[in-house]
Design a protein around this ligand. Structure first.
Ligand SMILES: Nc1ncnc2c1ncn2[C@@H]1O[C@H](COP(=O)(O)OP(=O)(O)O)[C@@H](O)[C@H]1O
Ligand SMILES: [Mg+2]
Length: 396
């Protein structure tokens, strides 16, 4: 249908054209062909909110299914991960003849503790159960020369002990015993300071780490022009460049700009004009502020927010030293916040000692007086900003 909008600005939705990720997907496809010795057999996608991690997990599952593999897909939170995975594995086993021997193992594990609730089943037993099930499923699939792909989203929100147990299980079943059980996980960059720095989570540390970053220019063009082409629509070449520039290659923004440009267009089939794209960009910038910037800002400390506001006084990229001076702090101190804000997806480094906003929309949005006051000092009136250096409200 010609009028159906080909863009999907929704978290977790797979885009019509998944642009710029062929290298990673090729490597993973290769890994599935080669087996557990391939470094990408267990992979970790790391990127900021809206970068396209969930879309990548979906794509990896598609790859696996195209090879005739089975898939288990879950998110790391809430608690109870091992139980959920064990249930999913048991279901797959029972669906794939012959009757699963591991079913018995599950009963043995449960009968050992009588009729108690799952919460009371010791961690070790749950992980033993999962290991038996995955081993049985892996053996069965190996006989058919296929395998099992497990994907876990939002790893940073998981329970560390559960992720650790899961890692031990997969490590045994896959790496040590060579069964075809592959893994792909997704996490926000903050995981580098939490789970990845925890020595016990060696499994995650050993996964190949793939950056889900911004798309480069050609990929961004493809991400916008591709879906239009699929609908038989066209776009003015200059307008396409405007749209591309407005997204900075950020996946969620690509979908927003595409979606709203399409919506603004009178007749996409005869060509989306520069004016229509401009309307789409303006609309997208409003939405990105609401959907990404505001929630991210809420999760930051006051000092981090103040750093951003100090940056917003510049019309382009900021010198770190200048921002530090505005805040009345040393450059080394400002460097700590710089690092955290990069991980939060709010700013990007540009050359030595300089940073810029990750989203064009952030500068104007932060300068906007009510938003600025509410964001920086949520419990204080708009005209009574605390002095810089008054840090008691910070949780840093
Ligand atoms: N490579 C890509 N090319 C074009 N659009 C993408 C790409 N990856 C993701 N998207 C789109 O970007 C948005 C955010 O993707 P999502 O996977 O939910 O991000 P994350 O899981 O990192 O928060 C979705 O609308 C999705 O369709
Ligand atoms: Mg996601």
């Amino acid at each position: 249908m010609a009028s159906q909008n080909p863009f999907s600005p929704t978290f977790g939705a797979s885009p019509l054209v998944l642009a710029g990720r062929d290298d990673i997907l090729d490597d993973i496809d290769d890994a599935l062909a080669v087996g557990p010795t391939h470094p990408d057999y267990t992979a970790l996608f790391i990127g900021v909110r809206g970068a396209g991690k969930t879309a990548m997990l979906n794509a990896v599952e598609d790859l696996a299914r195209q090879r005739g593999w089975l898939t288990i897909s879950d998110t790391a939170a809430p608690a109870g991960l091992l139980e959920r995975l064990a249930n999913a594995a048991a279901r797959l086993l029972s669906e794939h003849e012959p009757p699963p021997p591991a079913r018995r193992l599950k009963k043995v594990a449960v009968s050992g503790v009588g009729s108690v609730e799952f919460q009371q089943v010791p961690e070790a037993e749950r992980s033993h159960e999962l290991r038996s099930l995955l081993a049985a499923l892996g053996d069965r699939l190996a006989d058919n020369e296929t395998g099992l792909m497990i994907t876990l989203d939002e790893l940073q929100s998981g329970v560390l002990d559960e992720i650790r147990e899961f890692g031990t299980v997969v490590q045994h079943v896959t790496r040590r015993e060579g069964r075809p059980v592959a893994f792909a996980g997704a996490a926000l960059p903050q995981i580098e300071d939490t789970m990845l720095s925890d020595d016990a989570a060696t499994f995650l540390q050993r996964c190949s780490r793939r950056d889900i970053g911004r798309l480069d220019l050609p990929a961004t063009r493809a991400a916008i022009a591709g879906p239009l082409e699929e609908r038989g629509a066209a776009i003015d070449p200059r307008a396409l460049e405007e749209a591309v520039a407005a997204t900075s290659g950020y996946a969620f923004m690509i979908q927003l700009v595409g979606f709203h440009a399409w919506k603004a267009a009178h007749d996409p089939l005869s060509g989306i004009t520069a004016e229509e794209v401009a309307i789409g960009i303006a609309e997208a910038e409003q939405r990105i502020s609401r959907l990404v910037l505001a929630p991210t800002l809420r999760g930051l400390s006051n000092v981090d927010r103040r750093f951003l506001v100090a940056m917003a006084r510049d019309d382009e990229a900021s010198e770190l030293a200048t921002v530090a001076a505005r805040l009345g702090v040393g450059v080394n101190y400002a460097g700590v916040y710089r690092r955290r804000l990069i991980k939060a997806g709010m700013i990007v480094p540009v050359g030595k000692g300089r940073v810029d906003f990750a989203h064009h929309a952030a500068r104007a949005w932060l300068r906007d007086e009510p938003a600025y006051a509410a964001a920086v000092f949520p419990r204080v009136g708009a005209h009574s900003y605390p002095k810089v250096g008054d840090e008691q409200a910070d949780h840093t």
